[in-house]
Design a protein around this ligand. Structure first.
Ligand code: NAD
Length: 408
């Protein structure tokens, strides 16, 4: 078995929810005769999703959604499988990245699956001839949903897209536990530094930031949170973390992780006050949170190691991991989220793709929630795989919860 197949086989054994969906897809063939275009991080867990969709009758064309997150051996293994075509390549240039997006679109997909909205953006701006044959799409991440809602608000989103990210079975596990654990793992394996006792600054206390802060704290870090939303800031304070502005945190932090999905979080305004040896990383979707370009332009010297660029400036050194791209996937040994977490996220993707394939042509353009019943079904499948049984509501309880006239 080649290394890509070994990785896929390893992942598959920890993805029981997707396996049970695959068994049903094999019987029911919900995508028979349909082409699915995907732009996701091409690694082993994604490969299991791709296999699941192909088992359901789809012809799948896939590329990456980040120039540094592709695992080439997994991409090669995917290309060996029938009805699957993979165009992703690690460390590709920006031109190659967008050329691969176009190759996916050349296959005229009826359904798109994005992580960051690159396929949908390209369709609406440069490949509008495809709009006619597209039934709908699914979006994996917070940043993609922000962009889609902005498009929809301007009346520019021309087909229905399921907000996979926003559903509990994705956000509660993927963003919180997945990003939390895998970002810390990536930082630790890339730098080999101790987390315990360090000041670790988390920018953004959303789903990802909260998971990261809790897990870093569990490892003994002194966590500092920066926020712009007063409720999230208060939540961080009551969860026991120091809350302050980035201007203040810049001078204290040993390790920084941005998780805002916003731009310009750590910039040249902050570098002069930082400690020498500060480690900067980003777990947000795009490489816009750290002002790496400024360091590239102004540093007196740069030393490059695998996954770490060390900038000497004004007599001090600042280390940036993975060029400021999402650290859990883009460092050389970045494995992305733990497998079990992606089993849930990709179960949502697989069922959302089935749903949009079935009813997408009846829906006007816009962003749609994952149906609640589908979300609950995935939780039940996972509980069954874990051998956990839960209580069910009694008739009395249902009556109580749905009535308004029963008081003291
Ligand atoms: N690395 C991964 O594998 C991975 C996984 C899931 C999501 N993401 C990405 O992580 C990012 C965050 O996702 P989320 O689900 O936590 O989003 P979220 O909306 O729940 O949280 C983002 C938080 O950042 C805060 N914020 C915005 N601007 C800020 C600023 N200037 N300073 C400080 N805080 C600021 C917001 O108030 C919010 O609380 C997105 O880009 C998402 O796409 C990455």
């Amino acid at each position: 078995m080649n290394s890509g197949d070994k990785k896929i086989t390893w992942a598959r054994q920890y993805m029981p929810v997707l396996s049970s969906i695959r068994e049903r897809f094999e019987r029911e063939q919900p995508f028979a005769g349909m082409t699915i275009g995907m732009a996701l991080h091409v690694e082993a867990k994604t490969a299991v999703l791709v296999e699941t969709l192909a088992a359901g009758g789809a012809e799948v064309h896939i590329t990456g959604c980040n120039p540094l997150s592709t695992q080439d051996d997994v991409a090669a293994a995917l290309n060996e499988r029938p009805n699957i075509h993979c165009y992703a390549k690690r460390a590709c240039s920006v031109e190659e990245y967008y050329a691969a997006i176009d190759r996916v679109l050349d296959a005229k997909p009826a359904v798109t699956i994005d992580d960051g909205m690159d396929l949908i953006h390209r369709i609406h701006t440069g490949r509008r001839e495809l709009l006619e044959s597209i039934v709908g799409g699914c979006e994996e991440t917070t940043t993609g949903i922000h962009r889609l809602r902005a498009m929809a608000n301007e009346g520019k989103l021309e087909f229905p897209v399921i907000a996979v990210n926003d559903t509990p079975m994705k956000r509660f596990f993927d963003n919180v536990h997945g990003t939390g654990e895998s970002s810390l793992t990536a930082i630790m394996t890339t730098t080999n530094v101790l987390i315990a006792g360090k000041h670790l600054v988390v920018a953004g206390y959303g789903y990802c930031g909260r998971g990261l802060a809790e897990k870093a704290s569990g490892l003994g870090a002194r966590v500092i949170v920066t926020e712009v939303d007063p409720r999230r800031a208060l939540q961080a304070h009551m969860d026991g973390f120091a809350v302050m502005t980035m201007d203040e945190a810049a001078a204290l932090g040993d390790i920084f992780v941005t998780t805002t999905g916003n731009a310009g979080i750590i910039t040249h305004r902050h570098f002069p006050t930082m400690k020498s040896g500060a480690i900067l990383s980003n777990a947000g979707h795009f490489n816009v949170e750290l002002e790496v370009d400024w360091l590239e332009e102004h540093a007196d010297a740069v030393e490059r190691r695998d996954g770490i660029d060390s900038y000497t400036i004004g007599g001090k050194t600042i280390h940036v991991l993975a060029e400021g791209r999402l650290v859990n996937l883009a460092v050389p040994k970045g494995m992305g989220h733990p497998i079990e977490v992606m089993d849930l996220s990709f179960a949502v993707q697989a069922l959302s793709a089935e749903y949009i394939a079935k009813i997408g042509s009846t829906l006007p353009g816009g962003v749609y929630d994952v149906p609640n019943e589908m979300d609950e079904r995935i939780a039940s499948l996972k509980l069954a795989a874990l051998g956990i049984t839960i209580d069910t509501l009694t008739e009395e309880q249902v009556t109580y919860m749905t009535s308004w006239d029963i008081g003291t």
